[in-house]
Design a binder for this molecule. Sequence first.
Ligand code: SAH
Length: 240
Amino acid sequence: MLHFHIISLFPETVKAYLEESILKRALKKGLIKVSFYNPKDFAPVSHNPELKEPVDDRPFGGGPGMVLKAEPFLKSIEKALKKSKNFEIVYFSPRGEKFNTEMAKAFAQKSLGEKEENKILTFLTKGFWKNKKLTDLILVSGRYEGIDSRVQEIYPGREISVGDYVLTGGEIPAMILIDSISRQLPGVLGNFNSLEEERISAGKYYTRPEKLRWKGKVYEVPRVLLSGNHKKIEEWKREN
Ligand code: SAH
């Protein structure tokens, strides 16, 4: 079981995504777990104890955007760390290492433990079972200009980008990681063979009805897919 810890000022967006379909089922089955930490809960208290100060402030050195204060994030990370065993911290940034399927697989693989052959090697060379298993992934989502850089100095982590564009926050990147890593875990997809990496994948998909009527025209499914000839079908899939 992989435990994702989401540190975000706007957790509702991520929660909504987890409340449907495959990820909802994965949570219910206990294949993954997700916890939320809102830095707003750790905002400094102002002179009026009823009020909390904002979690952002103007940047030293000037600039247009606001910067997120270090302390509320440090306290959030600290809380997540208290619940974590073998963790990795991920910071999102458009300048980070570009995320891809290989990375998703690597995280999933690590959470499942070492491969058998590696285990034997570790056993032979060290004489004991070394536990390198990843149990907790702490995902830190920024907003505005970003988070005070001292957070990463204090709690170093991996910096990951989900693509060459700038988003308004790290929530979508967090969802991308949860989604793509989770679907690599056995039992998450209804049929593990659905992982396109494990089979010949076609770029075109059809389902019922065979004849689709739309605005006076009929759109048919490629005949070969209805032929029952598996060899021909595989060939067609490869071509597409
Ligand atoms: N001024 C920052 C961008 C801030 S965008 C810079 O130049 O790097 C605000 C937040 O959105 C970031 O802190 C990060 O958490 C998230 N974010 C934006 N684009 C992203 C991307 N391509 N990949 C991952 N995270 C991104």
